[in-house]
Write a protein that binds this ligand. Structure first.
Ligand code: FES
Length: 297
């Protein structure tokens, strides 16, 4: 077919191409590649602060845990402070508690008269050896490339990925290629991280599904959510501020892990690879790309 080896379907269009680059944050093609066995997602929180004072130059990051970073930005012609940190594996509700509160405490400690302007969080893909995956997606799929696992350094590493992949397609050598080779085995030789991934997947795919939910329907307060059991089936319930009920099947549409409720963002988050869904089941973030099944209660 005109020298084209792959067909990509998107938004009703069909694209023939010799090369494909998967740059979808977390790759949503599971097999081959098996990125779900060697990468997880981490949630990172930020607040924007009007300190009402002149600020420092440069960007700073703590050397100790938990990691907190400080930098400035311009908003409405004023210099404001961005404080980020309190990151944790996506989909672990106990880690989400009071993350913004801790960042606000830091802001108030150094700038007692400051105002918090905005709060938000982001997600980053983290490989098991903490280096990105850049290059051939899988040895079984020639001419398909990937760039992922940038570990919060996306603005820098996406440019590295672009250079390496362009060189590969143009037949040039790139001296950094070997460092980030996406098909390397080193990540899965990190036995501690691999064990964590396997334990997490076993719990969420199997064991957690067998446990009885801790809450009943009546115990769920307005503006909150939880998993309950209805006729032996797990159902994810969210009651909005007016008591309106949203019911979903709390099973991730990526590979079937049991989701957990995120009370900060009012979302259903997956502890396995970090997909997220809105309280009404709408898919928000990859690697899942389908909405949750919903129930009419
Ligand atoms: S993100 Fe992979 S099973 Fe949910």
């Amino acid at each position: 077919m005109d020298g084209s080896d792959y067909i990509t379907y998107a938004n009703g269009y069909k694209i023939n191409s010799k090369y494909v680059i998967i740059a979808t944050h977390y790759p949503f093609i599971n097999f081959p590649g098996f990125y779900f066995t060697k990468m997880y997602q981490s949630t990172f929180y930020l607040i924007a602060v009007d300190t009402k004072k002149s600020l420092f130059k440069g960007m700073y990051i703590t050397a100790s845990e938990p990691t907190v970073s400080f930098r400035t930005a311009i908003y409405n012609n004023r210099e404001i402070l961005l404080i980020g940190g309190m990151d944790h594996k996506t989909g672990h509700p106990s880690s989400c508690k009071d993350t913004y509160g801790k960042l606000e405490e830091i802001a108030k400690k150094y700038y007692p008269n400051s105002d918090i302007l905005f709060k938000w969080n982001t997600r980053d893909c983290i490989s098991l050896d903490k280096l990105p995956y850049i290059g051939y997606f899988s040895s079984a799929m020639p001419n398909i490339f990937v760039g992922t696992g940038f570990k919060k350094w996306g603005m820098t590493l996406s440019n590295v990925a672009a250079n390496i992949i362009v060189d590969k397609i143009c037949g040039n050598s790139n001296k950094y290629e070997y460092l980030f080779k996406a098909t390397r085995l080193k990540p899965i030789k990190n036995h501690d991280e691999l064990k964590n991934m396997i334990v997490q997947s076993t719990n969420s795919l199997l064991l957690d599904k067998l446990k009885r939910p801790q809450m009943t329907f009546n115990e769920i307060k307005n503006n909150s959510g939880s998993i309950i059991e209805v006729n032996g089936e797990k159902v994810g319930i969210y009651k909005d501020g007016n008591g309106k009920i949203y019911a979903v099947k709390p099973i991730c549409t990526h590979l079937g892990c049991l989701l957990s409720w995120n009370d900060i963002d009012k979302t259903w988050d997956c502890p396995c690879h970090g997909s997220r869904f809105n309280f009404d089941g709408k898919n928000l973030y990859d690697p899942a790309f389908k909405n949750l099944e919903t129930y009419d209660l």
